[in-house]
Ligand binder design. Structure first.
Ligand SMILES: [Zn+2]
Length: 334
């Protein structure tokens, strides 16, 4: 079988559910363009994650990619608006019709305040929709290591800023040492307020981390979730309850969760009937984009263009949008 070309995949209308704004990396690039940064900076070359394993590898990669420190002065509302706009412009170039952008950078929130931060992003969202027709929703990322109190604070801010385009809450960070039970109260409030819940789980930790995310946090989607493959009962549950996995192939490989894409459980998950989507996660950090991720999957697993389009339809089905918008997206992706 001939793999669909990169260009034919690029042209497919798309939905992406798991994409971090990568605030510090984007601010850094912005500063470099204005001539006050380190021109040789290449985030994917700075860290050597091979020396680390598990969650420490991610921590190391993120930390090292920010080495050189981004000055606080760069965290202005104008710059946040600009980097959000650029992300949406890039998304539009890959024919994204709808994208959920995650943001959780502590510095932005503490220096600017949640409302100024999210209002700046909302301005970019409105401009990008007008200019490129790309729609967008924001997901607030809660980092486990920062504890349940900050989690609750973030949730309240997310609820207060819903008109800025906040559609959901994401629990991320160290799965192993910070179990879901610590965040039941915070995520419960988000759920009651009608926000979508997605949890980074089953990435570094095993199936029990996923079970607790489902039962204690009511996760509708899972960031990665690939270790579900270790538990057949869990696979049945995910299929029956339409819990969608946000799989990020390059991210999984870079962090050493799988040794090669061929060894990735994607196909097994799909064969078990689990709803699966493909995402780019941290495109700048990983030097990738959604088109490349889809092409990689098509190439490795011998998938046709209509099968790739099917993965994008799954993303439209699982997006945190109104039923009306969901139908419109599903129609646009046909
Ligand atoms: Zn992620």
């Amino acid at each position: 079988m001939i793999t669909p070309s990169l260009e034919s995949i690029r042209r497919l209308p798309k939905v992406e559910l798991h994409l971090h704004l990568e605030t510090s990396l984007r601010l850094r690039r912005l500063a470099e363009r204005h001539g006050d940064g380190d021109a040789a900076f290449e985030p994917h070359l700075v860290a050597d994650p091979a020396k680390f394993s598990g969650y420490d590898r991610l921590r190391r990669l993120r930390y090292a990619s920010r080495a050189g420190k981004i000055p606080n002065e760069l965290y202005t509302a104008e710059n946040i608006e600009q980097i959000t706009y650029e992300l949406l412009e890039e998304s539009a170039a890959h024919h994204l019709r709808y994208v959920e952008v995650r943001v959780g950078g502590r510095r932005g929130f503490s220096l600017l305040g949640a409302s100024r931060m999210l209002e700046a992003m909302a301005r970019a969202r409105a401009r990008a929709e007008e200019a490129f027709g790309v729609r967008c929703g924001f997901i607030i990322t809660i980092v486990r290591e920062r504890g349940p109190e900050e989690a609750e604070e973030r949730v309240l801010e997310a609820i207060a800023c819903r008109e800025c385009g906040v559609v959901g809450v994401d629990l991320a960070g160290d799965e192993g040492n910070y179990p879901p039970t610590l965040y039941t109260r915070a995520l419960g409030r988000a759920r009651e307020a009608g926000l979508g819940i997605t949890v980074h789980a089953g990435e570094f930790a095993g199936p029990s981390s996923i079970w607790t995310s489902l039962y204690q946090l009511g996760a509708a989607r899972l960031g990665h979730g690939i270790r579900a493959v270790e538990d057949p009962e869990l696979l049945d549950y995910l299929r029956e309850h339409h819990v969608t996995l946000e799989i990020c192939p390059s991210s999984n490989m870079r962090l050493g969760l799988v040794s090669s894409l061929r060894g990735h459980p994607l196909k097994t998950l799909m064969s078990a009937g689990v709803p699966v989507t493909i995402n780019s996660d941290d495109p700048m950090l990983l030097s990738t984009d959604l088109t490349r991720e889809l092409h990689l999957v098509a190439e490795t697993f011998q998938m046709r263009l209509d099968e790739i389009a099917g993965l994008l339809q799954t993303a439209a089905r699982a997006a945190f949008v109104s039923n009306e918008m969901r139908s419109a997206l599903q129609h646009a992706l046909r």
